[in-house]
Design a binder for this molecule. Structure first.
Ligand code: SF4
Length: 396
């Protein structure tokens, strides 16, 4: 489904979850960043334009990163004028940039007058990974997560999700032309920033389609990763409707512990989650799921936990990524010691699992995994209402 399915064009446009009022929706310009190629084609058909125009415009926006219709030189003057009058190309705006000693860059992006999200670029010798957000805050209350302390405000729109990639790509190429040492471009996108992407599925799906499109960012399926805390029914939908890599925020090898660390586990316990992972991998034999496991000192890092983990992962084509915990203000956990992580890893390797330890990047600018907070207006009441609509009273 595209963002256009529920819209009437050209005057009444209501992109996904924009959070804007009815009056605003009637007068606002149409943000073309909200559409994948299919959505653009539908919109352009309301202007009497042929579908190939969608490819041209998608290329201008996402490959050449142009935000001005006047520059779209292969469109007719009449169409450019029409688009200027009706439409806009509007990503979230960068309001702050921090650069870590290790080259990691974190951007604070403004999505509306009160809310900000964070996006992080991590350069490595052979790749450049962009970690993007899918919601303003998060309602799932994982107890080790800094984002959770911010509460939840709203889902991001397609333009706010793909706009993070657009802004980062534009900023990196500007830095390159200014002579800064940023030889890296974006080779991978991970949806591991603020929010649970599967709770904003329609927008995330369209944004991921744009990331994969050859006329936009052209990222191969293994280089777009969606990370979920384990919403089992939505993993099934992801399986059927998208072709991207899956990462699961597992973090505990038994229900007792996972109920505390990742409370959504009370609704979708480990056995159901592992079964969903098996089905996901079965759909395409080339798929290997990444199991994320944050290492919390004396909480989930004992040898018996490693053995339990090896046990529940049996039969699932996966690799395990151990993440040394990144403390934040008010956190109730500590990072496991290097020796403990090494022992944990050895047990998993002996059990036959590829196991890596994530290098901590950008912790001097609070850009490390689990440290993204943005600035979220909310919270508590909206959070509670949101959980209610999800039927998730137990996830508190
Ligand atoms: S770990 Fe992910 S799902 Fe859990 S609270 Fe943080 S952002 Fe939300």
């Amino acid at each position: 489904m595209s963002a256009l399915d529920s819209a009437v064009y050209p005057l009444v446009v209501k992109p996904l979850s924009s959070g804007c009022g009815e009056k605003e929706a009637l007068t606002a310009k149409i943000n073309l960043m909200d559409f994948d190629v299919e959505g653009l084609a539908q919109f352009l058909s309301t202007l009497g334009e042929k579908p190939y125009r969608a490819l041209q415009i998608l290329k201008w926006i996402h490959k050449r990163r142009v935000d001005n219709f006047a520059e779209m030189s292969d469109l007719s003057k009449k169409l450019r004028d029409q688009l200027s009058e009706l439409c806009e190309i509007k990503p979230p705006s960068i309001t702050n940039e921090q650069c870590s000693e290790d080259g990691t860059r974190k951007w604070l992006m403004k999505v509306d007058s009160k809310n900000y999200i964070e996006t992080v670029f991590i350069p490595e010798p052979d790749r450049g990974t962009l970690c993007i957000s899918s919601q303003v805050g998060c309602a799932l209350n994982c107890s080790f997560c800094s984002t959770a302390t911010q509460g939840f405000n709203r889902n991001l729109t397609v333009s706010e999700i793909i706009g993070q990639v657009w802004q980062a790509a534009r900023r990196l190429s500007a830095l390159k032309s200014e002579g800064e040492d940023t030889s890296h471009t974006i080779t991978n996108v991970v949806m591991m920033g603020m929010g649970e992407p599967l709770l904003n599925f329609e927008a995330v799906k369209i944004a991921m389609a744009i990331m994969r499109d050859d006329n936009a960012y052209a990222l191969p399926r293994r280089r777009v990763t969606l990370s979920t805390s384990g919403l089992v029914p939505m993993i099934e939908r992801l399986n059927l409707e998208c072709d991207v890599a899956l990462a699961v925020s597992l973090h505990a090898p038994n229900n007792e512990l996972r109920n505390v660390l990742v409370p959504i586990n009370k609704k979708y316990p480990i056995a159901l989650l592992m079964e969903a992972c098996r089905r996901y991998a079965r759909q395409d034999k080339r798929r290997k799921i990444t199991m994320e496991y944050v290492m919390l000192k004396e909480v989930n890092d004992k040898p018996e936990h490693a053995r339990q983990l090896a046990n529940i992962l049996q039969g699932i084509p996966c690799k395990v990524n151990l993440i040394p915990f990144n403390p934040f203000g008010g956190a109730k956990y500590e990072r496991s010691t290097k020796d403990t992580i090494f022992t944990f890893r050895s047990i998993l390797i002996r059990a036959g699992f590829i196991t890596t330890v994530r290098k901590t990047r950008g912790d001097d600018i609070d850009a490390a995994c689990g440290q993204l907070v943005g600035k979220v207006l909310d919270k508590t009441k909206r959070n509670a209402r949101y959980l209610e609509t999800l039927g998730r009273e137990s996830v508190k």
